[in-house]
Design a protein around this ligand. Structure first.
Ligand code: AMP
Ligand code: MG
Length: 479
């Protein structure tokens, strides 16, 4: 389908007018295409290759409106680094409407009612980071928003230095956040809170629509999905960096990519966000913070659902829902088909060993996926092979309880443990080139992002250990 034939609807606008503010995009100066993503185009039945660049650029720049489009910013609140902020919302994003289950959103399209003192813009750097990483996460089977394309421009914005502004088009099955519920809860607007809950059920949990206990069941599903999400982040070595409640999706998606990072050498305490001095959102803290955020969500749900029931469910989250989800993810990474009681201990030993081994997280699991009893390849990649050796003894014993062949195990592991992930130093290189007008590396990384498990001989160098000077570097929030 071509752009002219797509029609959007805007069910969110049926809510009370406090939920949003209609607002027009403020186009960028001299926009040009940086990249488009045909895979995401397919989601909305758009054949991007058939649509001319000019139209696509205009769509992202807000100068071409799809049929039915009514741009609006959504309100929300949120706990930022533990402190409640009652007034946030889409400060630089505009929702255009929805088609085929996907809500289209422009990010960087100018000021809205919720911009506070900021400029409503997004830099090329952060837009490329979100664009590429959301695609990588999708192909790693991690729930996420998607992205259709990016435009750059001559419009200047001030960050740490003057930068050029960009607009990213994002797609999500839901843009509702924990913080959207908090907005109405703390204002004691319980009728609106209930209307929001009904909206979310219709949009995201439609099978619960006729259930008398639907709000509680929705809470349980949000909690289960959050457990799955965080377990997958931990498994792949993803550090989000800003797990404020406004960045927590009501559908358990990865949203709002900021100073995130994939682990280089495994470091449990790694902090990707350089503004996070105490490591509130460090890699290792993510499961605890998810629990904290869910506790805050339960408070926001309290006018709708019995508190004790939610408290019991939260206790289950900490006691077994999250831990089980995590062990399940790790069993897959380790190629274990059989479930054993003490697998959690094996995983815990592994985490401690990896932390002490100074070994690249991704490379370790990929090398382990080829393991046939010869430990040398694993020794070669670790600075401290002794701890790896100790853990492999446990792993060898555990493998004896498996029924499958070595080949079957390796096959499964090679489909679970990626060869290619997007590391910050790779993204940084692509951004530097893009800022000089060369978008070829953005395309290369988009390709790699879509083929994480394949052998790609021409891109072998992207599967190597991170160069020492680029290891575990934190980024700031400013974008
Ligand atoms: P984030 O850290 O990107 O999730 O953003 C936190 C809040 O700040 C959200 O309400 C954003 O809409 C808002 N925000 C971030 N950057 C800007 C900007 N440049 N202009 C307006 N609002 C912004
Ligand atoms: Mg955000």
């Amino acid at each position: 389908m071509i752009l002219e034939n797509i029609t959007l609807d805007t069910p969110y606008l049926d809510l009370d007018e406090e939920f949003f503010r209609l607002s027009d995009p403020d186009p960028l100066d001299k926009p040009y295409l940086i990249s488009f993503n045909p895979e995401a185009g397919k989601l909305i039945n758009l054949d991007i290759t058939a649509c001319d660049n000019k139209n696509f650029i205009e769509l992202l720049n807000g100068t071409f409106m799809l049929k039915g489009s009514r741009p609006f910013a959504m309100c929300y609140a949120g706990y930022q680094f533990g402190n409640y902020n009652p007034w946030m919302g889409d400060g630089r994003a505009l929702n255009l409407g929805k088609t085929l289950g996907w809500n289209l959103q422009l990010k960087g399209s100018g000021e809205t009612l919720y911009s506070r003192s900021a400029d409503g813009r997004a830099a090329i750097r952060s837009s490329i980071r979100e664009y590429l990483m959301s695609e990588a996460m999708f192909h790693l089977a991690i729930p996420t928003t998607r992205a259709l394309g990016i435009i750059g421009s001559k419009t200047k914005i001030l960050r740490n230095r003057m930068e050029n502004a960009a607009i990213l088009m994002r797609l999500s099955t839901s843009w509702v956040r924990f913080g959207t519920f908090e907005y109405f809860y703390y204002r004691k607007q319980y009728t609106k809170l209930e209307a929001l809950a009904e909206y979310v059920i219709k949009e995201s949990y439609p099978h619960l629509q006729d259930d008398k206990d639907r709000f509680f069941k929705m809470f349980c599903q949000i909690l289960e999905r959050t457990a799955q999400l965080i377990a997958k982040w931990q498994g792949i070595g993803f550090n989000h960096g800003v797990m404020n409640t406004d960045n927590m999706s009501i559908e358990g998606l990865t949203i709002d990519y900021g100073p995130y990072a994939m682990l280089d050498d495994f470091n449990y305490n790694f902090i990707c966000n350089s503004s996070d001095r105490i490591g509130r959102y460090s890699y290792g803290e993510q499961p605890n913070i998810s629990y904290w955020n869910l506790t805050k969500l339960s408070e926001a749900f309290s006018p709708l659902v019995d508190k004790k029931k939610m408290k019991d469910k939260l206790d289950d989250y900490g006691a077994f829902i999250y831990p089980n989800a995590y062990v399940e993810v790790m069993r897959e990474k380790l190629g274990l088909f059989v479930k054993e009681e003490d697998d959690a201990d094996l995983v815990e030993e592994l985490v401690v060993s990896l932390h002490e081994a100074y070994v690249d997280h991704t490379l370790f699991f990929r090398t382990l996926s080829h393991y046939d009893g010869d430990r040398a390849p694993l020794y070669d990649i670790a600075m401290n092979p002794v701890v790896v050796d100790n853990w492999l003894k446990l792993y060898d014993e555990r493998l004896e309880k498996e029924n499958c062949s070595q080949e079957q195990r390796q096959e499964k592991m090679l489909e679970t443990n990626p060869k290619y992930i997007l590391k910050n130093h790779m993204l940084q290189k692509a951004i530097e080139k893009a800022e000089e007008g060369d978008f070829s590396m953005v395309e290369t990384l988009l390709y790699i992002a879509a083929h994480p498990y394949d052998e790609l001989p021409e891109y072998e160098h992207y599967s190597q250990d991170t160069p020492e000077e680029h290891k575990n570097i934190g980024l700031s929030c400013s974008s």
